[in-house]
Design a protein around this ligand. Structure first.
Ligand code: NAD
Length: 427
């Protein structure tokens, strides 16, 4: 046995699983609302977690079996709603934690949905297009008994996209014997997808950033913005904020950031979808690391790449006046506390990027009503929904002197608890 003493080092923050964080956030939010303990207890647990085996015939004729999941957290306000991801780290606990966030997100937006999340534990990069199609069709069949347009409505997530949803919808419809576009959202518009769905989370993040700037008494024209991640969320948010007059001074992708204190020409930078990892190839006065972009002295910081980037290790160095969460879970629980103590407001993901699920709701409405909306209609309705949610959350911030995250949870939890109390516990 070694007798050597471990070196004295600063303890590093342990990054919690989605489920641990989601339960902690629920417990914290519960302290701010007058909700029956029984309701909180019920919300700590999902209604159901479906675990399925998904056999796949590889292109070479061999067969492999993968594990798929669908966590259904709570449906007191309507069908479960949430993405399906293809990623090696997909597991039951992650799906449950993420499905809980979807419950809050739908409730804070006042959508008639509850939270769901699922996926397959697989590296999507290991799949040919044909394999991905076969895997998706079989997954749809395995989940057929627990999903449906009035029960559980999946959507794209990491490793899945509009084409994946098209295959999923086709497989489900073929088995049911009729075309049922409302079984999934995020489809291509030609088969019942909604215009504006792709850019919606970025658009909502930009709308919320604009409102936050206004709330703190600044003019968007005099505002500097840094955006981490130049994908669907980050690029769309950056482009809109530039269009509305802000100076977006830094954007990054996985390789690093470009920085111009006078403002970048955002429109000319290709998004992750248009040309992956092209940010660093653009002309700019300076380049920065992804850590440095988070610490820039800007008015608004939008982390829009991945989770757990603002941690106890860098929360003291965040120099932005306000953080608007474009990504899901970019701020850890410990970092949140530090930022709150420092007086740096953090507008949470469940409000800021909720444009995605909101336009998914619009897509579902279009599907079940068989009536297509124009892009202008979608964007006008999204604007209205975002402003309603913003105003509800702002009222809690002001009325109860809460952080933006706590206020958003209070709005969500109050709606869910009221629905549960009204419906009652059966039997
Ligand atoms: P995306 O794949 O379109 O783009 C991700 C961007 O982040 C790319 O520019 C990529 O280069 C960059 N990136 C990847 N890893 C990075 C790292 N380690 N450091 C810095 N940059 C990195 O993804 P997206 O759809 O924009 O999603 C971004 C975040 O927003 C995720 O947290 C996602 O869960 C969340 N989100 C997405 C949607 C949606 O519908 N697209 C909706 C709500 C929330």
């Amino acid at each position: 046995m070694s007798t050597q003493q471990p070196e004295e080092t600063e303890p590093e923050e342990q990054l919690d699983s989605a489920l641990v964080t989601a339960r902690r956030q629920l417990e914290r939010a519960a302290t701010h609302v007058d909700v029956d303990d029984g309701v909180i207890e019920r919300l700590k647990h999902p209604t159901r977690v479906e675990r399925v085996s998904v056999p796949l015939e590889r292109d070479d004729g061999s067969v492999e079996v993968f594990t798929g999941y669908r966590a259904q957290h709570d449906d007191v306000r309507g069908p479960y709603k949430g993405g399906l991801r293809y990623h090696p780290e997909v597991n039951a606990d992650e799906c449950i934690g993420l499905s809980m966030w979807m419950t809050w997100k739908c409730a804070v937006m006042d959508l008639p949905f509850g939270g769901g999340k699922g996926g397959i534990s697989i590296d999507p990069k290991s799949l040919s297009d044909d394999e991905k199609e076969r895997l998706t069709r079989r997954f749809a069949e395995e989940l057929r008994y627990v999903i449906g347009p009035t029960t559980d409505v999946p959507a794209p997530d990491m490793g899945t996209d509009a084409q994946t949803m098209a295959w999923f919808m086709d497989a489900y419809s073929m088995q049911q014997g009729e075309t049922i576009p409302g079984v999934v959202t995020g489809k291509p518009p030609v088969i019942g997808g909604s215009y504006g769905r792709g850019e919606a989370p970025g658009r909502s993040t930009a709308i919320i950033a604009r409102e936050a700037v206004d709330y703190y008494g600044e003019d968007l024209e005099d505002t500097t913005v840094a955006v981490q991640g130049f994908g669907s969320v980050g690029a769309n948010a950056a482009r809109l904020l530039e269009e509305w007059g802000a100076d977006v001074v830094a954007v990054s992708d996985v390789n690093g950031a470009i920085y111009d204190p006078d403002g970048l020409d955002i429109e000319s930078i290709p998004t992750h979808e248009e040309e992956p990892e092209a940010v660093m190839q653009q002309d700019a006065p300076e380049t920065l690391t992804n850590e440095e972009v988070l610490e820039l002295d800007v008015d608004v910081l939008i982390p829009a790449a991945i989770g757990n980037v603002i941690t106890a290790d860098n929360a003291d160095d965040i120099a932005a006046d306000v953080v608007v969460e474009g990504a899901n879970g970019p701020t850890t629980f410990a970092a949140d506390t530090i930022l709150e103590e420092r007086g740096v407001p953090v507008v949470p993901d469940i409000l800021a990027n909720a444009g995605g699920v909101t336009v998914s709701y619009f897509e579902w409405l279009q599907d079940i009503n068989r009536r297509k909306w124009s892009l202008e209609e979608v964007n006008a309705e999204l604007e209205e929904k975002m402003l309603d949610a913003w105003n509800e959350v702002r009222a809690e911030v002001e009325g109860k002197d809460l952080s933006w995250r706590d206020a958003a949870y209070v709005v969500a939890l109050s709606r869910i608890a009221e629905a549960k109390a009204t419906r009652g516990l059966w039997p």
